[in-house]
Design a protein around this ligand. Structure first.
Ligand code: PEP
Length: 232
């Protein structure tokens, strides 16, 4: 069986490299003995290469990015390409997070282009969705055999950053619907996960991992989640 996956999405935090290093080192130290969970840290772009370099040769943690562009290079001011992410040591990329859909006005077409580029570059894509229709739109014209590196994160918007997690039964229904469409792809739950509720989404609802925002900024809480899940 594949390892359960825990993704820490730091979003636009913390505000200094010194604080990012401190947070990263606490997590790195805390997961040393955890072997049965794949823990992925997704810091802001500016910290990514520094943290990835400091973890070189350390097998315990993986890196992901919170977004990427759909071209590898060129005149696209401000963009970061999948090729650049690969080069910094990234293995994963989050695409289509609801905050990007809302604040950056990312459309399903843009997300579709990003997914195609990221998969082509060899990154593992964590596609965030709230509605089932987004699966069809965001994966348009991508063949099933190209989707082996796709992970879906079911993230109901009402639960993201609100402290109001989705009821486990409702999440389980969504997990099953997604599983019927994409049979082999891991499905994660995200939305106000904490150390008290984390295990329910794995044990009771059958998710293969978690996408964690706010709690990933608190090393004690994040490590408690990882340790609880590792008992499965
Ligand atoms: C997220 O941003 O993907 C997320 C799940 O955030 P939080 O855990 O804070 O709800």
């Amino acid at each position: 069986m594949n390892k359960l996956l825990i993704i820490g999405n730091w979003k636009c935090n913390p505000t200094t490299l010194a604080k990012a290093k401190q947070l990263f080192n606490s997590v790195k130290k805390g997961i040393k003995k955890i072997k049965n969970i794949e823990v992925v840290i997704c810091p802001p772009f500016v910290y990514l290469s520094v943290l990835a370099a400091s973890a070189k040769g350390y097998g315990g943690l993986r890196f992901g990015s919170q977004d990427c562009f759909w071209e590898d290079k060129g005149s696209f001011t401000g963009e970061i390409s999948p090729a650049m992410l690969k080069d910094t040591g990234c293995e994963y990329v989050i695409i289509g997070h609801s905050e990007r859909r809302k604040y950056q006005k990312e459309t399903d077409e843009m997300i579709n282009n990003k997914i195609k580029a990221a998969l082509k570059a060899g990154l593992k894509v964590i596609l965030c969705i709230e509605k089932i229709i987004q699966i069809k739109k965001d994966l348009k014209n991508i063949k099933k055999e190209q989707l082996k590196n796709l992970i879906i994160a079911y993230e109901p918007i009402f639960a993201i950053g609100t402290g109001k997690p989705c009821a486990v039964e409702k999440a389980k229904k969504m997990r099953n619907v997604i599983g019927n469409i994409l049979k082999i792809n891991p499905v994660l739950y995200g939305g106000s996960v904490n150390s008290q509720n984390a295990n329910d989404y794995i044990e009771k609802a059958g998710f293969q991992g978690l996408l964690i925002g706010s709690a990933s900024l608190n090393p004690k809480e994040f490590l408690a989640i990882v340790k609880n899940i590792s008992k499965n």
